[in-house]
Design a protein around this ligand. Structure first.
Ligand code: KE4
Length: 437
């Protein structure tokens, strides 16, 4: 009998699960970026997580720098969130009727997000952005929307045009199934280039309903707005009666209590939210000026609905997180302190190794581009060395650090990332970069 003496793979269980998963789930995953296609290798099946750490099906432990792609601002298994969800479940998991807790969540969002006077809960960021764009079209009576190459607003048909995130990673900027009819009303501008927007607005005078933008791009890596970019969009929208939508699904409550709009002092007409406001449960929201939001059914003619919108478990989780944010005056200072130490350590390593990759960070989200020139938009992001990123990703995984499995994503950390995690991450990065470059 031939005895297999090869060392069992350290991810044998994930490999087995991946085989099983692919038989019944497209690509073995329920969201494409999880499949590790752009970095190669077997996606890790995660069994549990706590604080700043995730543990995979083989028992390997990682410092987590995706935090479920943003929601885990307070780390995994925050005891207050867990308790709130457990308690809510005892009263049923859904009613399909209005509840008190939905009012409390809406009040907290209205209190903390400058642009939001009224807000509607939905079940994902995609639903939030689709609904906000439909509302802008209904409110203005215009058809066209302007988005930016490399910005990702979920998988709504009219957004999957030169999308960021997974669509960008797969190099399929125009996804099959998006009809020419949809695509024709979506106009593409260049991120950080107000002139490219002005040209579209002037060429489509009186036809543009909204401009939707990630105020900090997080789906082509992390790209902050250049000075004047967001202000320029605000001015253009004021001049032409266009609805300005900040897609803060990722940046909302991530980069400041009032999101990017508070951090940069530019107030949109509508804001979309998600991720953090659900504490890890499926939640999205769109909100803004009363006069626009009152166009939403049943008050107004723009229809939008959802069986599980405002779901009591998700609302209890969201309320718990939002209340912790509202009651933690030093939260963003503490996140900034970790972020600055992480960035300083990474730059020191780059200097020691003679590397000059391009690095960005805004609060507790950031990116490392394997590109020697400044990355400001889709084109410069595309010039990144994605092969090098893939080697870096796997080298960091071997070191127990779980980064985003794509160059075209951001990293996130939580309030539970502390001294021990910082030291481990910086040592891991030094070893990883020494190994790959
Ligand atoms: P969801 O439909 O995935 O909840 O949200 C869509 C969305 C909308 N707007 C922005 C700015 C977003 O970043 C997202 C979703 N972000 C990705 C991460 N790049 C989710 C991860 C995934 O697709 O699995």
């Amino acid at each position: 009998m031939q005895i297999d003496t090869s060392p069992a793979s350290r991810i044998a269980r994930s490999e087995a699960l991946y085989d099983e998963a692919q038989r019944v789930i497209p690509g073995g995953v329920n969201s494409p970026v999880r499949a590790f296609k752009s970095v190669g290798g077997t996606p890790l099946f995660i069994e549990r997580a706590e604080g700043a750490y995730m543990v995979d099906a083989d028992g390997n432990r990682y410092i987590d720098y995706i935090g479920s792609w943003g929601p885990m601002l307070f780390g995994h298994t925050d005891p207050d969130v867990v308790q709130a969800v457990q308690q809510a479940a005892l009263d049923s998991t859904s009613f399909g009727a209005p509840t008190d807790i939905e009012i409390r969540v809406a009040e907290l969002i209205c209190d903390m997000v400058p642009s939001v006077e009224k807000v509607r809960m939905v079940n994902s960021g995609t639903e939030a952005t689709m609904s906000a764009a439909r509302l802008a079209r209904g409110y203005t009576g215009r058809d066209k929307i302007i988005k930016f190459e490399g910005n990702y607003h979920g998988h709504g048909d009219f957004f999957l045009i030169a999308a960021g995130s997974g669509a960008m990673t797969f190099g399929e900027p125009n996804s099959p199934g998006v009809t020419p009819g949809n695509a024709k009303d979506t106009l593409l501008a260049r991120y950080n280039d107000v002139d490219s927007v002005r040209a579209l607005v002037e060429a489509n005078a009186g036809e543009v309903a909204c401009i939707i933008v990630e105020p900090i791009a997080g789906n082509m890596g992390c790209i902050p707005p250049e000075p004047g970019f967001l202000e320029g969009l605000r001015t253009l929208c004021d001049e032409h009666g266009i609805v300005l939508i900040f897609d803060e699904v990722m940046t909302g409550f991530r980069v400041a209590r009032g999101g990017a709009q508070e951090r940069y002092g530019v107030t949109p007409d509508l804001t979309t939210l998600g991720k953090i406001i659900g504490g890890g449960l499926p939640v999205g929201a769109y909100g803004g000026r009363k006069e626009i939001m009152d166009f939403v059914s049943p008050n107004g003619p723009v229809y939008q609905a959802g069986t599980l919108s405002g779901n009591p478990l998700a609302m209890q989780a969201g309320y718990t997180v939002l209340k912790k944010i509202a009651d933690s005056p030093d939260l963003y200072d503490r996140l900034e302190a970790y972020g600055q130490a992480l960035e300083d350590g990474m730059r020191a390593t780059m200097g020691d190794l003679g590397l000059d990759y391009y690095m960005t960070r805004v609060g507790s989200m950031g990116g490392l581009f394997f590109n020697e020139e400044k990355v400001v938009d889709y084109d410069t992001a595309q010039q990144c060395d994605t092969e090098m990123y893939a080697r870096y990703f796997h080298a960091m995984l071997e070191e127990g650090v779980y980064l985003a499995p794509s160059q075209f994503e951001a990293y996130f950390f939580s309030i539970k990332h502390g001294e021990e995690e910082l030291e481990h991450t910086l040592q891991a990065q030094r070893r990883a970069l020494e190994q790959i470059h």
